[in-house]
Design a protein. Structure first.
Length: 172
């Protein structure tokens, strides 16, 4: 009598089929979780930018708000040109700055000190791939999300648009 050891082809195919079924269930959930995490990170980053802008305005009263992320970002020494209030990803030299699947932009109604206002925008790097929400915030410190988002926003949202209740609604 022959002593067979190992697995038959049928047994291996059954195991592979089970693994594929589990993967087909888990991968969409993983992608949805990643989108939610990116969106939560965008909200957190915009809140950090608002706090950094308030600190900048308090520390450098003659300059008002920072009108670029470079002014909020790291540098040596930490001064009104590089306040060291945000990390190097957000304090990047040219907009948009990217972090956690979102791109960030900032704009002001004037670039002349003292800068009276600002508006920041967070939009996904890839619509549906890294996020499904567009966010903005202004010098009032309120974080808003777009009412009917459908695509990535190119550039920064103007302050007047961010404050328009038919386009953006306050988020928590």
């Amino acid at each position: 009598m022959k002593n067979d050891r190992g697995f038959s082809l049928i047994e291996l195919l059954i195991v592979v089929a089970i693994i594929l079924i589990i993967a087909s269930i888990a991968i969409p959930n993983l992608l949805r979780s990643r989108l939610a995490a990116n969106q939560a990170a965008a909200v957190s980053t915009l809140r950090n930018i608002n706090n950094s802008e308030a600190t900048y305005d308090t520390e450098f009263t003659a300059f008002g708000f920072a009108d670029t992320f470079v002014k909020l970002g790291p540098g040596t020494p930490c001064d009104s040109n590089h306040a060291c209030l945000v990390d190097g990803l957000i304090g990047c030299p040219s907009q948009p700055c990217t972090k956690s699947g979102y791109q960030y932009s900032i704009v002001s109604t004037t670039g002349v000190a003292p800068v009276p206002d600002y508006s920041t925008t967070a939009t996904p790097l890839g619509w549906g791939a890294t996020g499904l929400e567009n966010y903005c915030s202004t010098d009032d410190g309120v974080l808003r999300k777009q009412l009917n988002p459908s695509a990535v926003i190119n550039g920064a949202t103007l302050r007047s648009d961010c404050l328009t209740v038919t386009q953006y609604v306050a988020t928590q």
